[in-house]
Design a protein around this ligand. Structure first.
Ligand code: ASP
Length: 299
């Protein structure tokens, strides 16, 4: 009997990424992908795999999520994340949450332990404490490189309006497991210099994250633009209407670029295990895995 298809893709953010940065961080993308690919091969569920992929990115200081997040206008760190289970259509997000090392896990707790779809700010942090999550000071999430970027942008007197065209990066994963279930997860520190309290697409189902019985998608780029065109839902609907994940990702990115400012990227997997990865920015940290092709992280 033919083996059931499994597949996985990850993204570590799209935007003005130099070739040098891409090359420097490419091995980390490969390592994270290899670890979660092994889980998927061992029979882990799509939900487990996307959560773990995002946690590994959140832990890694080079990516804008969890540790290594962008700083807000006031120098604080506020995090957005979401996760969605395509089999049950259950999903949830957290927005502008502080002091949480693994926001994607907090989003899963919102999904599993509350009737809600979105929790934000101080109350989301309180909920994290009640769930037994370790809480940390901003200092533990801030890395020197991000602080220097924030200082440079502040010194250049960039305003939140000026910086809206330049995304800060996001991390995300989409997976199809051996039971034919799909899931997506996304997490970000948001855009550098954004106002405290701002919530971007990574917290919002249909915008940064979406999964149903046919496909799963995770997006990155300028959150304000992604939310206006509901990029992840565009990907899902395109697959339902017969497009391949690659066509769907390209369509969503094209619609974003034509209708709204800034740039974006998307990763998509469908129920057959086909994958799509597209972006209209300089570059996007990305990679994918299938049993046939192994772990692939483009040069
Ligand atoms: N989408 C993220 C946000 O707007 C940032 C990014 O992906 O670069 O918060």
């Amino acid at each position: 009997m033919a083996r059931k298809p499994i597949a996985l893709a990850v993204q570590g953010g799209a935007g003005p990424i130099s070739l040098e940065s891409y090359k420097r961080n490419r091995p980390a993308v490969g390592e994270i992908l290899a670890r979660v690919a092994a889980m998927l091969m061992d029979g882990a569920s799509a939900m487990q795999v996307v959560e773990e992929a995002v946690r590994l990115f959140e832990k890694h200081p080079s990516f804008n999520a969890g540790t290594g997040s962008s700083l807000r206008y006031d120098g604080s760190v506020q995090l957005d994340a979401s996760i969605m289970d395509g089999a049950t259509m259950m999903g949830a997000g957290v927005g502008a949450v502080t002091g949480v090392l693994y926001p994607v896990t907090l989003a899963r707790y919102v999904l599993e332990r509350t009737p809600h779809v979105l929790m934000v700010g101080e109350w989301a942090t309180r909920f994290a404490r009640e769930c037994g999550m370790e809480l940390v000071a901003d200092e533990e999430l801030i890395v020197e490189e991000r602080r220097r970027l924030w200082e440079r942008k502040l010194a250049a007197r960039e305003t939140p309006d000026d910086q809206v065209l330049s995304s800060g990066g996001t991390v995300g994963a989409v997976a199809l497991d051996a039971e034919g279930k799909l899931a997506a997860a996304t997490s970000t520190g948001g855009m550098v210099l954004s106002l405290p309290g701002r919530v971007g697409d990574s917290a919002i189902l249909g915008a940064g994250t979406y999964a149903d019985a046919h496909s799963a998608a995770s997006c990155t780029g300028v959150g304000e633009s992604i939310m206006r065109v509901l990029m992840a839902k565009v990907c899902a609907d395109a697959v339902i209407n017969g497009m391949s994940p690659q066509e769907a990702a390209e369509l969503a990115v094209r619609i974003q670029g034509e209708k709204t400012p800034g740039t974006s990227g998307a990763i998509v997997v469908d129920i057959s295990g086909a994958l799509g990865l597209a972006y209209n920015s300089d570059n996007m940290y990305r990679g994918y895995f299938t049993p046939e092709r192994g772990v692939v992280v483009p040069e």
